[in-house]
Design a protein around this ligand. Structure first.
Ligand code: PBG
Length: 336
């Protein structure tokens, strides 16, 4: 880089003077193709229920899921990520509902694939939305058991892939699950099913509205582990994220993710610059709710705050962003 020039020969404001000039020198771009839209699913028919802590975000029933994403498809959003709100009566200690071929995710995936064959479908591979205790795996002796959980996750991933999911996305943070899931998919001939690994997922307070959305607040009744700190990462750590990502790439992850988003863009930057693999971030529920709360109070301008936040993911090194803002942002981008 040439830093030789100095004021007044060099005037940094010249290139900012006109809109056309700013457009010419912009270093990053944001388009609908960068956005992945998370979708919450609920039982019933014709259901479209707003999540209380996430204004503007809805849970929809599988019968209207295809219709729910039609605008996203038309706007050029390449993929959606499915998350089920499993009713309490379909949950148990070991999350066996995850292995039911007619669970919410499988039904919605089949319906969406039939209606929108060109839309990428991403599914969540973790047990928290199927267990009564809200943990991402099975509890044995008061701990989330690694290998037993991984074995269930493999069966879950196969089921989802067979229902038409293109990308399985393990969000559980068990050790060794990427390699084991890859081997299971390959053994079944599902060699084209991609794996997007939640590689560096932190034990974060910013997931609270999501747990409201899918009804998996930890610890209903029983004495259980009160948080996810024995499997999700410590927010104090950054080198550890690189080890997690390195392992997941070695085990066969096609794409890696950092989660949450904005407070962790330093991690995104390190991951992308170290490995150069397709890197995503999850702009999580709490980040969305904070923004919406400020917008509702008139403290932030929605369009400006939204577009700036999403551009910052790109600048940090993201290939794409999972965000509840996807449809509004794509509409805004289309409007120009
Ligand atoms: C759990 C899962 C979580 C999210 C996605 N998958 C929550 C958790 O780990 O407790 C959070 C997403 C969000 O907050 O938007 N498998």
């Amino acid at each position: 880089m040439n830093f030789a020039g100095s004021f007044p020969t060099t005037r940094m404001r010249r290139n900012r003077r006109d809109a056309w000039n700013r457009a010419l020198v912009a270093e990053n771009t944001l388009s609908a193709a960068d956005l992945i839209w998370p979708i919450f699913l609920t039982e019933g028919e014709g259901q479209r229920v707003e999540v209380p802590s996430m204004p503007g975000v809805f849970r929809v029933s599988p019968d209207i899921a295809a219709e729910h994403v039609a605008e996203a498809v038309a706007l050029g959003i390449p993929a959606v990520a499915l998350f089920p709100y499993t009713p309490m009566e379909h949950r148990d200690e070991d999350g066996t509902g995850a292995l039911h071929p007619d669970n919410l995710t499988c039904r919605a995936a089949r319906a969406m694939k039939a209606a929108h064959p060109g839309l990428g479908l991403i599914s969540d591979v973790a047990l928290d939305t199927y267990t009564t205790h809200g943990h991402d795996g099975v509890l044995r002796d008061g701990q989330v058991h690694n290998e037993e959980t991984v074995e269930i996750l493999c069966r879950m991933a196969l089921l989802q892939a067979e229902a038409g999911v293109d990308v399985v996305a393990p969000s559980d943070m068990m050790d060794g699950r990427i390699g084991t899931i890859r081997a299971a998919l390959d053994a079944r001939g599902l060699i084209h099913t991609r794996i997007m690994s939640y590689a560096a997922k932190y034990a974060s307070g910013f997931y609270a509205p999501f747990r409201d959305a899918v009804g998996s607040e930890i610890g209903s009744g029983k004495p259980v582990l009160s948080d996810k700190k024995t499997y999700q990462m410590d927010p104090a750590n950054s080198d550890e994220a690189l080890r997690e990502v390195a392992l997941d790439i070695a085990e066969g992850a096609d794409m890696v993710m950092v989660k949450p988003g904005l407070p962790y863009l330093d991690i995104v930057h390190r991951v992308r610059s170290t490995f150069g693999v397709p890197t995503f971030a999850y702009h999580v529920s709490g980040e969305y709710s904070m923004l919406m709360a400020a917008v509702q109070r008139g403290w932030l301008n929605y369009d400006r705050a939204m577009m700036e936040a999403l551009m910052c993911f790109k600048r940090a090194g993201c290939n794409g962003v999972l965000t509840y803002l996807a449809v509004d942002a794509a509409r805004r981008l289309k409007a120009g």
